[in-house]
Design a protein around this ligand. Structure first.
Ligand SMILES: C[S@@+](CC[C@H](N)C(=O)[O-])C[C@H]1O[C@@H](n2cnc3c(N)ncnc32)[C@H](O)[C@@H]1O
Ligand SMILES: [Zn+2]
Length: 384
C-alpha cells in the first residue's frame, strides 16, 4: 500500500504520495521517483498559471471550459476550478490507474461540481473533444511535442494554450539531435541558449497549430529552474503573419549575433565561422499588457500564494522584457571574452539609455540585459 500525505496548495487540499519516501540518497526530493507525479517545486508555476487563467478569463469575457489532460493527482485542474471565477467546467484527466485514484480522492476532498474526472489516453480524449476548450494546460513529463496536435485540435479559439517543457537540456543545445527530432530545429550553445530554446519551442507549437489554420502568439513565457512555461494566445487565421516572424539565428563565439528569415552562415566579422540555429520564433516573448495584468493579479488578489514575492519579482522582469528585442547579452559572458571584470548592470543599462537606446533587464539571467543597440555599442562597455 502506497504511503500518502495531505498537502494544501492554493485553495485546494490534496492527497499525494508521501514526499519523504521519494528522496534520493543525496537527500534531495526527486519527483520523478514518485509513481504518481506531484512535484511541490512546481507550486510556483501553478500559482502563475492560476493568475494567467484569471486574466485570460476576464479578457475572454465568457465562461471558460478548461482541460488538464495530463493531470497527475489533479492539482492544476482543481486549482483552476477552485480559484478562477467564471469557470464553466474543468476536464481533469490522467491515463495512469494510480494517478486516477488520487485524482478521484482529491475531487472528493474538494467537492467542485464543475470538475469532470476522466481516465483516458490524452490523445483520445483531446481528439474526441474537438474545438471544445478555451484553455488547455499541457503538463507532461519532458517534451510537450507529442501532444501538441491533439491539444490544438481541442481548442476553441479565441483560446489559450499553456504548456510546460522540462526537456530544457535538449532545447538549450545539450542534445542537438534530440532537439531536431522533437522540434524540427537546431538549438544553439551560447549564454542565451535557454532563450533560443524557448523560441524553438514556441516556433514548433506555431507550425503545428498552423496546420489546423490556427495562430499562436506568446502572452507570457518564463524559464524557471529546470522547465520552460509558455502561455500562447490561440486564434483562427493569422498563420502567415506568425510564420513571417520565424527565422534563423546566426551566432558567433565572440558574442555577435544576427537573425533572418533564411539561414545565413558564413564568416563573422571577427573571422570565425557563424553557427546557425532554428527555425524559431523571433517575435516578442510576451504581451506587455497581459504580463502586467498577471503581475497585478498576483499583487492584488493572491495574498494566499506562499511564493508571492518571488512570483512578483519574476513577473516584473517578464513585463519589462516582454516586447524587447530578442537575444539578451550577458554582462559576465561579454566581460569574460575580454578577460575583464564585468561592469555593474545598472551602469550598462543607464549608459545605453543615455545614448538613446532601449535597455532592459531579463528574467533569463540576473546579469543579462536586452537592447536594440548595435553590437559595437554594447562592446564599448567591455573594453579594457
Ligand atoms: C508531469 S505529470 C503531471 C503533473 C501535474 N500536472 C501537476 O501539476 O502536478 C504527467 C502526467 O501525465 C500522465 N500521462 C503520461 N502520458 C499520458 C497519456 N498519453 N495520456 C494521459 N495521461 C498521461 C502521467 O500519468 C502523469 O501523471
Ligand atoms: Zn565573431
Amino acid at each position: 500500500m502506497m504511503r500518502t500525505q495531505r498537502v494544501r496548495e492554493g485553495r485546494v487540499e490534496l492527497e499525494v504520495p508521501e514526499l519523504e519516501s521519494f528522496r534520493a540518497p543525496s537527500g534531495d526530493f526527486v519527483p520523478s521517483l514518485t509513481p504518481v507525479f506531484y512535484n511541490p517545486h512546481m507550486e510556483f508555476s501553478r500559482d502563475i498559471g492560476v493568475a494567467a487563467v484569471r486574466v485570460f478569463g476576464r479578457r475572454a469575457g465568457r465562461r471558460l471550459r478548461i482541460c488538464d489532460p495530463l493531470a497527475g493527482v489533479g492539482v492544476r485542474g482543481l486549482r483552476y476550478a477552485a480559484e478562477v471565477e467564471g469557470v464553466e467546467e474543468v476536464v481533469v484527466n490522467d491515463a495512469s490507474e494510480e494517478a486516477f485514484g488520487f485524482l478521484r480522492r482529491n475531487l472528493s476532498l474538494n467537492p467542485l461540481p464543475h470538475v469532470i474526472p476522466r481516465h483516458e489516453e490524452a490523445h483520445l480524449l483531446l481528439w474526441s473533444c474537438r474545438r471544445s476548450f478555451q484553455v488547455v494546460d499541457l503538463d507532461p513529463f519532458g517534451s510537450p511535442s507529442p501532444f501538441l496536435e491533439a491539444s490544438c485540435a481541442s481548442l476553441s479559439p479565441p483560446a489559450m494554450l499553456a504548456l510546460t517543457a522540462t526537456d530544457t537540456a535538449c532545447l538549450a543545445g545539450v542534445y542537438p539531435l534530440a532537439c531536431l527530432r522533437k522540434y524540427g530545429a537546431l538549438p544553439v550553445r551560447a549564454e542565451y541558449s535557454h532563450e533560443a530554446g524557448m523560441r524553438i519551442l514556441i516556433g514548433f507549437c506555431q507550425r503545428v497549430a498552423g496546420i489546423q489554420g490556427l495562430s499562436l502568439l506568446p502572452l507570457l513565457c518564463h524559464s524557471t529552474r529546470h522547465y520552460f512555461r509558455v502561455y500562447l494566445l490561440c486564434r483562427r487565421g493569422g498563420v502567415r503573419e506568425v510564420l513571417r516572424e520565424q527565422g534563423y539565428l546566426s551566432s558567433c563565439v565572440c558574442g555577435r549575433r544576427s537573425f533572418s528569415r533564411r539561414p545565413e552562415g558564413g564568416t563573422c566579422e571577427c573571422g570565425r565561422r557563424r553557427e546557425i540555429s532554428g527555425p524559431m520564433w523571433l517575435g516578442r516573448l510576451g504581451e506587455g499588457g497581459f504580463v502586467e495584468e498577471v503581475r497585478r493579479t498576483v499583487e492584488v488578489e493572491a495574498s494566499d500564494f506562499r511564493l508571492r514575492s518571488q512570483e512578483l519579482r519574476l513577473l516584473e522582469l517578464c513585463a519589462e522584457e516582454a516586447e524587447a528585442p530578442p537575444f539578451f547579452y550577458d554582462s559576465h559572458a561579454m566581460a569574460r571574452r575580454g578577460s575583464l571584470s564585468p561592469p555593474r548592470l545598472e551602469r550598462i543599462l543607464e549608459g545605453l539609455r543615455d545614448r538613446g537606446y532601449r535597455a532592459v533587464r531579463t528574467h533569463f539571467s540576473p546579469t543579462g540585459f536586452r537592447t536594440d543597440a548595435p553590437f559595437e555599442e554594447v562592446q564599448r562597455f567591455f573594453r579594457g
